[in-house]
Design a protein. Structure first.
Length: 153
């Protein structure tokens, strides 16, 4: 029995089930851009993926906070996507995607609190008798970035 092995790529290209999955994934990736355009600007980067199954669309978000926001707008989003055959929109959380890591890196580099908030935290730390709370207030106050002081508090 002298059978020559086929490359895995050839086998996958000939498999109709695999081809169906690949085409559906390509449609989902293309649909992600459409869905993001309908989301509020702040939420667009946090929507990391979508999966359409018939009239049901699942959005994958990078944190529970964004999932909660989606729940408030799911009905309106489904109505906006009705022309694409969507009737129900739900959300799920997907952590540890490259986009999530990129978003978190951007968030870490952004100013965290205003100069006024930092001043209040330092003042609270000065009168706090609990050493752990005092250290916590000072650590929070250190999240102030000087560039933030020029903006309106």
């Amino acid at each position: 029995m002298n059978t020559q092995a086929s490359p895995i790529g050839d086998l996958l290209q000939k498999n109709p089930l695999i081809q169906q999955v690949i085409k559906q994934r390509q449609r989902d990736v293309a649909f992600l851009a459409t869905v993001r355009e309908l989301l509020p600007f702040a939420m667009q980067l946090h929507c990391v993926d979508v999966k359409q199954q018939g009239t049901h669309l699942t959005l994958y978000l990078d944190s529970p906070a964004w999932l909660t926001r989606l729940r408030f707008m799911a009905v309106d989003l489904a109505a906006a996507l009705a022309e694409h055959g969507i009737r129900v929109v739900t959300g799920r959380i997907r952590l540890n995607t490259p986009l999530v890591a990129e978003t978190r890196a951007l968030t870490r580099s952004a100013p965290r609190i205003t100069a006024t908030a930092a001043t209040h935290l330092r003042a609270a730390a000065e009168i706090e008798t609990d050493a752990e709370l005092r250290a916590l207030f000072m650590r929070l106050a250190s999240h102030h970035v000087a560039a933030f002081a020029t903006s309106a508090d």
